[in-house]
Design a protein around this ligand. Structure first.
Ligand code: GLU
Length: 471
């Protein structure tokens, strides 16, 4: 048997992190078993489905690299097929027309609730001959008794009594098929062997199994993935912050970091934290996913992203960083090679957004000194070293502006003034970057270039002079 999984989002918004994790699990399971991964867009809710949302979902999948082997299939293009199956169920007496008026259904519901019963349709039209030319819905004839066992790969055996399941509407009065019917037809036609989806669908599963069996199909295996919670224990939603996959791209996360983060939400392999996609494929098993919900933790994602930023190919990071530089109005072609900036800076940032911010000094003068750093390092005692450094740098030829030569000048000044290196390098760093943190001083100077170095030392000397006599 070839394993076939599917991801079946409804295009009513963006691709959110919960959906992306489900897609990842489907993808990994298919890849692990040498099977296929199918993408199906469940757009039967015509009012809520939008083309923008379809695009957002596809964009998210592409960014994450979750390649599908088949699809995207669109349910709206398969209405004929669903209607054919509905007609088949009608012909075989496995479905029936129902013209119960809304008022009757409402009264039934209220009476049942008053009797503390679970509201369910009472099968009133099961044996009625409803005129097909009059408004009606079509209901599936659910088995009246017996038990449906859902043998879930994550949750284990879950029995559902058929008495609890009512005769589900499979075609609305406007002629459109309902969710449960179209999913069943698609899962059967697309030969899906493993349905991996959110546990909000658990109650649909016994109904879907009954319809599949009525149609003579063998039901697939099911795995219901527990939900993702926010830090307050409530279901992860917009109010916890970003939930759309694409917003993580925009916040400067690498796709492999987000994937790594998502795979660990509810799944683990010993205490290993970092997984390449190949390792995920090799080690992941759907039956190892936790039954309990897991919580989204941004600081862990930040930590992973930082690891990946350091490991990734600098040229690739530079390519991904470029638009983030653009967003803070920096054109990287106007200064040092962005790849060199990445090499010097990648270990210092958690996200590409942060990397852009802490690298801005390579391309433009900062506005103001960081107050604490300037107070501490730009004091009267720093004047002489800065002046000597300036003089030394000024004499350097363009081709000598290399980390080795720059180091030489800095060390020479420290030696001449009998100061330890920090007493020279820290004021210089604050002069060049505006604050006391940067890569090695010689790399910093190299990235900034001669002209800006001299200009910024002058600014620092001006600051010291303005401060006057405070030693
Ligand atoms: N379209 C459904 C949703 O987005 C998923 C259905 C399924 O996976 O069976 O929640």
């Amino acid at each position: 048997m070839t394993v076939r999984t599917r991801f079946a989002p409804s295009p009513t918004g963006y691709l959110h992190v919960g959906g992306a994790r489900t897609a990842l699990f489907c993808y990994l399971y298919a890849r692990k078993h040498g099977g296929q991964f199918v993408l199906r867009i469940e757009d039967t809710d015509l009012e809520r489905s939008t083309a923008e949302s379809v695009n957002a979902i596809l964009e998210g999948m592409t960014w994450l690299g979750l390649d599908y082997d088949e699809g995207p299939f669109y349910q709206t293009q398969r209405f004929d097929r669903y209607n054919q199956i509905i007609d088949e169920l009608l012909d075989k007496g496995l479905a029936y027309r129902c013209d119960c008026p809304k008022e009757r259904l409402e009264k039934l519901r209220v009476d049942q609730m008053a009797r503390k019963q679970k509201p369910r349709y009472d099968g009133c039209c099961r044996h009625k001959q409803v005129d097909p030319s009059q408004p009606h819905v079509i209901r599936f004839k659910n088995p009246a008794d017996g038990v449906v066992i859902v043998d879930d790969l994550i949750r284990g055996r879950m029995p559902f009594a058929n008495e609890e399941l009512d005769d589900l509407i499979i075609r609305r009065s406007d002629g459109t098929p309902t969710y449960n019917l179209s999913v069943v037809v698609d899962d059967a036609d697309m030969e899906i062997t493993h349905v991996i989806r959110g546990d909000d669908h658990i109650n649909n599963t016994p109904r879907q199994i009954n319809i599949l069996r009525a149609l003579g199909f063998e039901p697939p295996r099911y795995a219901h993935v527990p939900m993702i919670l926010g830090d307050d224990g409530a279901r992860l939603s917009k109010r916890h912050g970003a939930v759309s996959v694409i917003s993580y791209r925009d916040m400067g996360y690498l796709p492999e970091a987000l994937l790594n983060y998502l795979v660990r939400l509810g799944w683990s392999h010993g205490d290993q934290e970092i997984f390449s996609i190949e390792q995920m494929i090799e080690l992941f098993d759907i039956s190892d996913v936790n039954k309990a919900a897991s919580s989204f933790n941004t600081s862990k994602l930040d930590w992973l992203n930082q690891q990946y930023l350091q490991q990734a190919e600098p040229a690739r990071v530079a390519r991904l960083l470029s638009p983030h530089m653009g967003r803070i109005d920096i054109d990287p072609s106007t200064g040092p090679d962005l790849v060199d900036v990445v090499k010097a800076q990648a270990a210092r940032a958690k996200t590409l957004v942060e990397l852009a911010e802490i690298s801005a000094f390579c391309y433009r003068d900062f506005e103001e000194f960081d107050e604490g750093s300037a107070k501490k390092h730009l004091r009267l005692v720093a004047r002489e070293p800065l002046e000597k450094l300036r003089a030394g740098f000024e004499l350097m030829a363009f081709e000598d502006w290399t980390p080795e030569q720059l180091k030489h000048v800095v060390e020479g000044v420290a030696e001449e003034l009998q100061l330890n290196l920090g007493k020279v390098a820290q004021p210089l760093r604050v002069a060049i970057v505006g604050r006391a943190a940067s890569p090695g001083i010689e790399e910093t100077l190299m990235l900034v270039g001669k002209e800006a170095t001299l200009r910024r030392i002058d600014k620092a000397l001006g600051y010291i002079a303005a401060r006057g006599g405070e030693a």
